[in-house]
Design a protein around this ligand. Structure first.
Ligand SMILES: Cc1ncc(COP(=O)(O)O)c(C=O)c1O
Length: 462
């Protein structure tokens, strides 16, 4: 027995790479027959993950890539808690409810005490749920008038793929306003001219995915008021504030885009973007209870209690919601303002520096939407590279700044875009600009000119 123990001790002292466990190859596409040492398996997987990009240098993502130690500790504390078990984890449920109230207040709901809302896995789930509520309400309205309910449509600007999914999954006509010339977002006239009695909603985006700009929610709302006066059509607005919902209240508190406008019936936002929570949380709020059809709420009692459930998922991790709440308390309005204002300043500085380099024209400079910037090669310029080449070159220094083509009707336009997020610093931005300059110098010495591949020229993909 002693001898056996000694053998184990020997193995425990083994160097992780030269241990007997590490000396054979583990299968990759089928489950191995036998167990393995956790240290070795952990190391194999952790080493494989080294081949991923460095998330902090991923300037393409809207999502959080820097998190405070306290957030990581709270995530650890709640890794075993299922958000749906509201009877078993009543404090987690209470924190979710408080978070809805905080958002209702932040988004100027008329009576924050009666806010209606839910957390979701992200804005995509929130858009799906918000869209369903709009569809249900429209059907109710049509039925009451004895009108057909088989041909609904929804009007959007150039939207994120989640709205394409929503309309395809629910068989709704998507009336997506195309970009034209230098107009990359919806405007009121374009929105209103696509509305009719089958329009379930108009969806402006606060922080358009392709550029970072805010669509003019108030202008659209005013135009829909006029449409109602002229025709009787009463069309609600849902704001996709995936990014802007956590930016506008702090950087542009006077901008009226939210529940201050009575026509705005629901809003979605991603907690894991400018909400500063870790990946996996979104929010959906309604102006008031009336906007969420009772028919969509399920009441379950098999977890104890009688819990209303309105979500596409059932089980969900609780940590992201708790971390979101932590951020509210930790930062307050002042802290969110400071974080986002710094990001905006860095975005504007970076846009200025890229503009000075010569061959580029800035499309969005970060000054009045989300902290981001986007740019293109000037019309007619032939600098010896395209933005895809430049994106590849930047990867040699670890920067991930993909180039992409715009959606209809500007598929001809190739841009690069940077999201400036919490965790960006002046120092990192100087390093980035230096590397961008170096990449240009490289192409001056080694010009490339190749036609775009079909994929490169083929429209935006996520
Ligand atoms: C405007 C907009 N809406 C919705 C989404 C989808 O959000 P999520 O990734 O949280 O599902 C995004 C993501 O980038 C977005 O930019």
């Amino acid at each position: 027995m002693l001898h056996y123990r000694e053998t184990v001790r020997d193995l425990m002292d083994d160097d992780i790479f030269s241990s007997v466990y590490a000396s054979h190859k583990l299968p990759k596409y089928k489950m191995p027959e036998k167990e393995s040492d956790p240290r070795v398996v952990y190391r194999i997987i952790a080493d494989e993950l080294m081949l991923d990009g460095n998330s902090r240098q991923n300037l393409a993502t809207f999502c959080q890539t820097w998190l405070e130690d306290e957030v990581i500790a709270l995530m650890k504390l709640s890794i075993d808690k299922n958000l749906v078990d509201k009877d078993e984890y009543p404090q987690t449920a209470e924190i979710e409810r408080r978070s809805v109230h905080i958002l209702a207040d932040l988004w100027n709901a008329p009576d924050a005490g009666n806010a209606m809302g839910t957390s979701t896995t992200g804005s995509s789930e929130a858009a799906m749920l918000g869209g369903m509520a709009l569809l249900w309400k429209w059907r109710e309205k049509q039925k009451a008038k004895g009108k057909p309910i088989d041909n609904p449509n929804i009007v959007t600007g150039p939207v994120q793929i989640c709205w394409h999914k929503f309309t395809r999954y629910w068989d709704i006509e998507l009336r997506e306003i195309p970009m034209e010339g230098d107009r990359y977002i919806m405007n009121a006239a374009e929105a209103v001219k696509r509305c009719d009695e089958n329009t379930i909603a108009v969806v402006p985006t606060l922080g358009v995915t392709f550029t970072g700009q805010f669509e003019p929610v108030k202008e659209v709302s005013n135009a829909l008021d006029q449409l109602q006066k002229d025709t009787g059509l009463d069309i609600p607005i849902h704001v996709d504030a995936a990014s802007g919902g956590f930016v506008a209240p702090f950087l542009y508190p006077d901008l009226e885009w939210d529940f201050r406008l009575p026509r705005v019936k629901s809003i979605n936002a991603s907690g894991h973007k400018f909400g500063l929570a870790p990946l996996g949380v979104g929010w959906l709020l309604w102006h008031n209870q009336e906007n969420l059809p009772e028919d969509l709420i399920f009441r379950v009692n098999y977890l104890g209690g009688n819990m209303p459930d309105f979500a596409l998922n059932f089980s969900r991790p609780g940590g992201q919601v708790i971390s979101q709440y932590y951020n509210y308390l930790r930062l307050g309005r002042e802290g969110y303002h400071k974080v986002h204002a710094l990001c905006r300043d860095i975005a504007m500085y970076t846009a200025g520096e890229i503009g000075k380099l010569g061959p580029f024209e800035i499309i969005y400079d970060g000054s009045d939407g989300i902290p981001a910037l986007s740019w293109k090669i000037k019309d007619g310029a032939n600098p010896g590279f395209n933005l895809f080449d430049l994106a590849d070159r930047l990867r040699t220094r670890g920067w991930l700044v993909p180039a992409y083509s715009m959606p209809a009707n500007r598929q001809d336009l190739i841009v690069q875009r940077i999201l400036v997020r919490h965790g960006s610093s002046w120092d990192l931005s100087y390093l980035f600009i230096n590397d961008y300059r170096d990449a240009l110098a490289y192409f001056k010495k080694h010009p490339v000119s190749r036609p775009l591949t079909k994929e490169e020229a083929g429209g935006f993909s996520h």
